[in-house]
Structures are given as structure tokens and as C-alpha cells.
Design a protein around this ligand. Structure first.
Ligand code: PEP
Length: 253
């Protein structure tokens, strides 16, 4: 499976800075082979970043989406509106779940609406520190995945349209990366859970949480980790490119 390295810029950069960063990412990753690359800028940047990346191998994604196609939902952005601006959409990021109260059910509705609109979807799941301490990691990711896929009803998704990002909340933005063993254990579990819920034989599963150029290769060496969702390090083109480069040998070798 081609690894995917996706950069979640979160609420950072102006449009102009975002275009500059996108160009720098394209340039710094131009030699990368056997790795899929995406950047996820804020909604306001999508058109400009899409234009800046035209003709490069760097895809564009959105950080969130709403579950209705149109209507009286002030401030929201629908999957139909994203069509043509990006190919990929993230849903269920822990900052949305924990800071903004997004529910498992809403994540599922966003997944379903985005797939209906022809977008590829990355569903983020992961436990808090307290949940890990209480040995609830598997039950939390199972609950999050089941709720997400339940929203699809009887329509199984195409395997290449769904990516799962395992992001332990305690590792996001903290510098406390999960060990390769911890990440592998949960990513392997997620593949089995996705197969049971959807029939997708081997879903693409990324790890996210304080991935850096220093720890990336050891994470990518694990068999169930098919890439990374990168936050902080995606804002520096050189660091992001080094993470992309760390994923390439995993394919070649
Ligand atoms: C993220 O927010 O998706 C993330 C992985 O952040 P960081 O890499 O900064 O931990």
C-alpha cells in the first residue's frame, strides 16, 4: 500500500503564508517516490493552495466538513462545496471532538455525506490519556469506528475512499509520541475492526501524534502503520519533507 503523509495545518497561516508553505512543501518533496502526500489547510486557503499545487504530486484536503449538502447551517461548509477544491476531507479530529463537542454520530454523518459527494475521507480516532490508563483504548476506538461506519448503513465504502488516522489524544501536540509498539498495536486492531465493520480487507491506517523527522522512520517500520497525519511538523516544509522521505523506504524495502 502506498503510504500517505498528510499535513494538518490546523488554524495556522494566512492565505499568503499558506500558499508559500504549499509551494515549499511541493519543492521539498518533489523527488519523493512511492509516497502519497497531502496538505490540509484551513477552508479559506483551499482554492489558493489548490492552484499553487496544480501540476505537483501534493494533494489538498480539508480539515472538516458538515453533513448536509446545503441549507440553514451558518458557518458550515458542505461536501458539495468542497468538490473541486480538494479530494480528501478529515473528520473526527480530537480537537473537534474534545474542544468543540463533536460526537461519534456527527463524525459518522460527515463520513457518509463526504463519501456521497465523492470525496476521500480520513476518519480520526483515538483515546485520551485517562482512557488509556483505564485500559479502554480498544473499546474507545471500536466505539468511534462503529459509530462512523454505522452511518453508512448497508452501503459498504470503497476501500480506497476511507483512511483511518489513529491519533492518541495524549500524543497530539505534546511531543509525547506513542512508541512504535503502542501505535502498531492499535493500528493493527483498527484494521481488524474496519474489516469487521465494512468488509474492507486492509484499510489504510495512519498514525498521528507528535510525528517528527526523528521518530517517523521507526513508526513507519511497523507493518500496520501506513503513513502519518502530521500536525506541528507539517508547518515546516523541511521537517514535513523529511517525514515524507522516511516513509519512502518502507515501500522500496
Ligand atoms: C494532529 O493534530 O493531527 C497532529 C498529529 O498533531 P501533532 O503532529 O502536532 O501532534
Amino acid at each position: 500500500m502506498t503510504p500517505l503523509i498528510a499535513g494538518n495545518w490546523k488554524m495556522n497561516t494566512t492565505v499568503e503564508e499558506g500558499v508559500t508553505l504549499a509551494r515549499a512543501v511541493a519543492e521539498a518533496t518533489a523527488e519523493a517516490r512511492g509516497v502519497a502526500i497531502a496538505v490540509l489547510p484551513p477552508f479559506t486557503h483551499l482554492a489558493a493552495v489548490r492552484d499553487a499545487l496544480r501540476g505537483t504530486a501534493v494533494a489538498v484536503g480539508a480539515q472538516d466538513v458538515f453533513w448536509e449538502d446545503s441549507g440553514a447551517f451558518t458557518g458550515e461548509v458542505s461536501p458539495l462545496m468542497l468538490r473541486g477544491l480538494c479530494d480528501l476531507v478529515l473528520t473526527g479530529h480530537s480537537e473537534r471532538r474534545h474542544l468543540l463537542g463533536e460526537t461519534d454520530e456527527q463524525v459518522g454523518r460527515k463520513l457518509a455525506a463526504s463519501l456521497r459527494a465523492g470525496l476521500r475521507v480520513m476518519v480520526a480516532v483515538g483515546e485520551t490519556e485517562g482512557e488509556r490508563d483505564r485500559d479502554e483504548t480498544f473499546s474507545v476506538v471500536d466505539r468511534q469506528l462503529q459509530a462512523a461506519f454505522a452511518a453508512l448503513g448497508d452501503a459498504p465504502p470503497n476501500g480506497s475512499d476511507v483512511v483511518v488516522a489513529y491519533e492518541p489524544v495524549w500524543a497530539i501536540g505534546t511531543g509525547r509520541t506513542a512508541t512504535p509498539e503502542q501505535a502498531e498495536e492499535v493500528c493493527g486492531h483498527i484494521k481488524v475492526a474496519v474489516r469487521a465493520a465494512t468488509g474492507i480487507e486492509s484499510a489504510q491506517v495512519l498514525y498521528g501524534g507528535s510525528v517528527t523527522p526523528v521518530n517517523a522512520a521507526s513508526l513507519f517500520a511497523e507493518p500496520s502503520i501506513d503513513g502519518a497525519l502530521v500536525g506541528g511538523a507539517s508547518l515546516k516544509a523541511a521537517d514535513f519533507a523529511a517525514i515524507v522521505a522516511a516513509a519512502a523506504p518502507a515501500v522500496a524495502g
